[in-house]
Design a protein around this ligand. Structure first.
Ligand SMILES: [Ca+2]
Ligand SMILES: [Ca+2]
Ligand SMILES: [Ca+2]
Length: 732
C-alpha cells in the first residue's frame, strides 16, 4: 500500500497487443447478415443480449449484509437489495481486491493488479503507470463490438483526475478513452471532505457535518431560523416551525443556509458556492460519445443535492434514452458508503430512523449509525433505479415487485472492497478490514439476478473473484472474453454463467487471489504519514491532510500533529511517538497478497522494518470458512504458523498455496519499451511514444518507462535499446 524506504521495485509497464478488433467485428457482421437473411426478429437478437445493470457499492463488505447472514446486532435495513437477492443468486464467497481502484480495474479488465500495476486506490501523486491503460481491452470495448451502449455514472476511480492533470494524461475525457460511450461522475476516490464552513457562513471547523445545526444542539453556532440561498439565486426562509433541522433541509436542496437572517435582495458576498461539501455538493465530469468532456462545477444547480439521488437520476435518465432494441450496460458507482459520512436525507430512510441532525460527523460511534443510514438511503435509491427504468415496480405496500423474467435485464450488485474499519460489523474484524487482504477486507456481497437465473433465491458457496465479473459481462453479451482479448493480456477471469444457469455447478476455481501493493508514484515523492487509529497503522497514501482526516486519521505532514513542518515518514512518526511516551503504531505493508483454496488461506506481506532499514517478507496461514452467522476468520491469533507445528494436512495445504502463489507471480511480464501491452517493442511503440511525449506536455503516461513522471527522450531511448524484443513471462 505504501512505501517507507525505496519504492517502486515494480516492473515498468507490461506487455500486451492492441485489440484485435477485426475478428469479433467479422463475427458480429456475419451474425447480422445471417439474421437478416433468415429474417430473425430484432427482439430475438436482443433477448440474447440482456441489458446489464451493474451496481457498485463503495466500501460495503459482506459483514454489513443481513441477506448474506451477517450484519451484526444492528444491520442496515435493505429491503430492495434483499428483494433483488431473493430473486437472484447470492455469491457467498466472493473476493475483490482490498481497495477501490484495483477492484474496479479488475471488473473491467479481468486481470490481477500485478499485471496492470493498479495496486492501490489512485491518488494525485500516482503516475499513469498505475492507472487503467487505454491499451487494455476493457469491458465497454468488448460490449461495444456486441452492439451494446455503455454508460457509467458516479464513482469508478480508474484514473487520475484534475487534482493533478500532469498525472492524468487522457484528461477529463479519460472514461471515454477507456471505452465508455457516456459518463457522468467524478474521477477521484470519494466525495471531497465535508465543508465545515457550511458554504462560507462560519469559520472552518464550525459545522462538523457541513450544515448549520439547530440552536438547541449547537448553542454557540446553531440556528432555528435562517435564509436558504440556492445556486439559482433563489432564497427561501426556513425555520424549525416547518422542518426538523433548517440548516440540513437547506443543504439537501443544494442551498447555503445563513443563520438567523431573512432573505436579502441579493446573495451575501461571503457565501461560497464553489466549495465541494462531502455528499451534498460535488463537481461532475461529463464524457459524451464523441469524446468531449465537460465539467459541471460545484456551483452548478445540477451538481447540488444528495449524491446518491443524483447518481440514480443520471443513470435513470441515460437508460430511458436508450432505444428499446438497443442493448446497454449501465455501471452505477454509488459514492455510498465511502467516507466522509454525512446524514442522508430523512426522506430516503425507513420510518422510525434515528434523527441525526445533531450528530457530530467526526464521532466514530455516530459514524456507525451514519454508515447504516447511508446504505439504507442507497437501498432506497436502488429500488427507485429499478422502478423508474421499468425493471421493477412498487407493490401497494411500497415494497419492490421485481420479477427478473419480466425484463431482459441482468442486475448485478457488488461491494468493491471490505467495509472501512470504524463501520465493520461483528463478528468481522475492524483491524483487518478495507485496505487489507484479510477476510473483512476482501469478502464482499455479490448478487446477480436476471432472466437466465435457474431456481432463484440460491446461495452459491463457490469461490469467485472480482476479475470473474469481467468474464460474466462477456458471457452475458454472448462473447468469450478469452477469444477477444489479445493473448498478450493474460486474463485471470474464470466463468460465472454456469453458476446462474445450473443449480449443481461445481466450483470452477480451485484457488482465489487478492493483492494490494504500492502504486507507482513520482520517484522520491511519498505522501506524508497519516495514522489511522482504527487499525493502529501508519500509512503514506494520502497526499492531502483533509483526505487523511476524512478516514478518521491523524495527519503527521505539514501543520499536523507533529507541528508546522511535519514528519516525512512513518518511521519518523514512531520515533516521535516514542519520544513523547506514546505507544508506537504499525507500518502498513508495502505489498500484501493472499491466496486461498477451499479451506486454507496464505497471507504474504512485505513490510518495512524501521530498525533494520529493510523490507521483510512475512507469511501467515489460516483455516477459514464462510459459516453463518459466525465465519472462521483470519484473525491474528488464528495464524497457524504461530503454533508449534502444522499437521500434515495443514503442511500440505501451506506448501501448495506457497507454490501456487509463486506460479502466479511467475506469469508476470516485464517488457521495457513496450507501452501498448502487445509484448513487442516496435515502431508502434515509437509512434505511441511520440503522441504521449507531446500530448499533455510530455508528462506522465504509459510510455514513461523510467517512471520519472515525464514522457521524453529518456523513454524513447529505452524503446530503442529494446527495439525488436519479444517479451515473455519469467516462467515461460
Ligand atoms: Ca471502495
Ligand atoms: Ca508494443
Ligand atoms: Ca520518463
Amino acid at each position: 500500500m505504501l512505501s517507507f524506504n525505496k519504492k517502486n521495485k515494480q516492473t515498468p509497464a507490461q506487455v500486451v497487443r492492441p485489440c484485435r478488433a477485426g475478428q469479433p467485428r467479422i463475427n458480429l457482421l456475419a451474425a447480422a447478415i445471417a439474421s437478416a437473411l433468415l429474417g430473425f426478429a430484432a427482439e430475438a437478437m436482443a433477448a440474447d443480449k440482456p441489458n446489464i445493470l451493474f451496481i457498485v457499492m463503495d466500501d460495503v463488505g459482506v459483514d454489513q449484509m443481513k441477506v448474506f447472514g451477517y450484519g451484526g446486532a444492528t444491520p442496515a435495513n435493505t429491503p430492495n437489495i434483499d428483494a433483488i437477492a431473493h430473486a437472484g443468486v447470492r455469491f457467498g464467497n466472493a473476493w475483490t481486491m482490498p481497495t477501490c481502484s484495483p477492484s474496479r480495474a479488475t471488473f473491467f479488465q479481468g486481470r490481477y493488479p500485478f499485471r496492470t500495476h493498479v495496486f492501490n486506490a489512485i491518488v494525485s501523486l500516482d503516475l499513469a503507470n498505475s492507472q487503467v491503460s487505454p491499451f487494455e481491452t476493457t469491458t465497454p470495448k468488448i460490449l461495444k463490438r456486441q452492439g451494446y451502449r455503455n454508460g457509467v455514472f458516479g464513482k469508478m476511480h480508474l484514473s487520475g483526475s484534475n487534482l493533478n492533470p500532469a498525472n492524468n494524461p487522457l484528461g477529463d475525457k479519460v472514461m471515454h478513452d477507456l471505452g465508455w460511450d457516456y459518463f457522468t461522475g467524478y474521477l477521484d476516490g470519494g466525495p471531497y471532505p465535508i465543508d465545515t464552513t457550511a458554504g462560507g457562513v462560519a469559520a472552518a471547523g464550525t459545522y462538523q457535518c457541513g450544515f448549520v445545526a439547530n440552536k438547541t444542539d449547537d448553542p454557540a453556532n446553531g440556528a432555528d431560523t435562517g435564509a436558504c440561498y440556492r445556486a439559482d439565486d433563489s432564497c427561501a426562509e426556513l425555520s424549525t416551525a416547518t422542518v426538523a433541522t433548517p440548516g440540513r433541509a437547506c443543504l439537501e436542496k443544494g442551498g447555503i443556509f445563513v443563520p438567523n437572517q431573512a432573505c436579502q435582495s441579493s446573495r451575501p458576498g461571503n457565501l461560497d458556492f464553489s466549495k465541494q461539501n462531502g455528499y451534498y455538493t460535488g463537481e461532475w465530469t461529463i464524457n459524451t460519445r464523441n469524446g468531449t468532456a465537460q465539467i459541471l462545477p460545484a456551483s452548478s444547480v445540477k451538481t447540488r443535492g444528495y449524491r446518491t439521488i443524483l447518481e440514480t437520476d443520471l443513470a435513470v435518465d441515460w437508460i430511458k434514452k436508450q432505444a428499446a432494441d438497443q442493448p446497454w450496460m449501465t455501471s452505477v458507482g454509488y459514492s455510498a458508503a465511502h467516507t466522509p459520512l454525512q446524514p442522508p436525507p430523512m426522506a430516503l430512510l425507513p420510518a422510525g430512523s434515528k434523527e441525526t441532525g445533531a450528530y457530530n460527523c467526526s464521532d466514530i460511534q455516530q459514524q456507525r449509525v451514519l454508515t447504516n443510514q447511508t446504505i439504507e438511503a442507497m437501498d432506497h435509491e436502488i429500488g427507485r433505479l429499478l422502478v423508474e427504468t421499468g425493471i421493477a415496480a412498487y407493490k401497494a405496500d411500497g415494497s419492490l415487485d421485481y420479477q427478473p423474467k419480466h425484463s431482459n435485464t441482468v442486475v448485478i450488485i457488488v461491494g468493491d472492497n471490505g467495509t472501512y474499519a470504524p463501520s465493520v460489523k461483528a463478528p468481522f474484524n475492524p483491524q483487518r478490514s478495507k485496505g487489507f487482504p484479510y477476510q473483512t477486507g476482501v469478502w464482499v456481497p455479490l448478487i446477480v439476478a436476471g432472466p437466465m437465473v435457474n431456481t432463484p433465491d440460491r446461495s452459491v458457496p463457490h469461490m469467485v473473484n472480482s476479475v470473474d465479473l469481467f468474464q460474466l459481462f462477456g458471457e452475458l453479451a454472448g462473447v468469450n472474453v478469452h477469444d477477444v482479448v489479445p493473448k498478450s493480456h493474460t486474463l485471470d477471469a474464470k466463468p460465472m454463467l454456469p453458476y446462474l444457469t445450473k443449480t449443481d455447478a461445481n466450483s470452477i476455481r480451485t484457488t482465489n487471489y487478492t493483492e494490494m501493493g504500492t502504486n507507482i508514484a513520482t520517484a522520491g515523492v511519498t505522501p506524508p504519514p497519516c495514522v489511522i487509529p482504527a487499525v493502529n497503522s501508519c500509512v503514506q497514501v494520502f497526499p492531502q491532510k483533509g483526505v487523511c482526516e476524512d478516514q478518521g486519521g491523524t495527519w503527521y505532514g505539514a501543520n499536523g500533529a507533529a507541528g508546522a513542518e511535519g514528519l516525512s515518514s512513518c518511521c519518523a512518526v514512531n520515533d516521535y511517538l516514542k519520544a513523547n511516551g506514546q505507544p508506537e503504531v504499525e507500518l502498513l505493508a508495502s505489498s500484501q497478497k493472499a491466496i486461498r483454496n477451499k479451506n486454507f488461506k496464505l497471507v504474504q506481506a512485505e513490510r518495512f522494518n524501521c530498525a533494520s532499514n529493510q523490507t521483510e517478507t512475512v507469511n501467515e496461514f489460516y483455516r477459514i470458512d464462510e459459516a453463518v452467522p459466525v465465519p472462521k476468520l483470519d484473525n491474528a491469533k488464528a495464524d497457524l504458523l504461530q503454533r508449534e507445528r502444522l499437521t500434515p494436512v495443514q503442511q500440505g495445504n501451506y506448501q501448495a498455496l506457497l507454490a501456487e502463489l509463486q506460479n502466479l507471480q511467475n506469469t508476470a511480464v516485464n517488457c521495457p519499451g513496450d507501452g501498448n501491452l502487445d509484448r513487442v517493442v516496435n515502431d508502434k511503440d515509437i509512434e505511441n511514444w511520440q503522441t504521449f511525449s507531446t500530448s499533455n506536455g510530455g508528462n506522465s503516461s504509459w510510455y514513461d518507462f523510467n517512471l520519472d513522471g515525464l514522457t521524453n527522450e529518456d523513454d524513447r531511448l529505452i524503446i530503442e535499446q529494446n527495439f525488436g524484443k519479444k517479451c515473455k513471462a519469467a516462467a515461460q
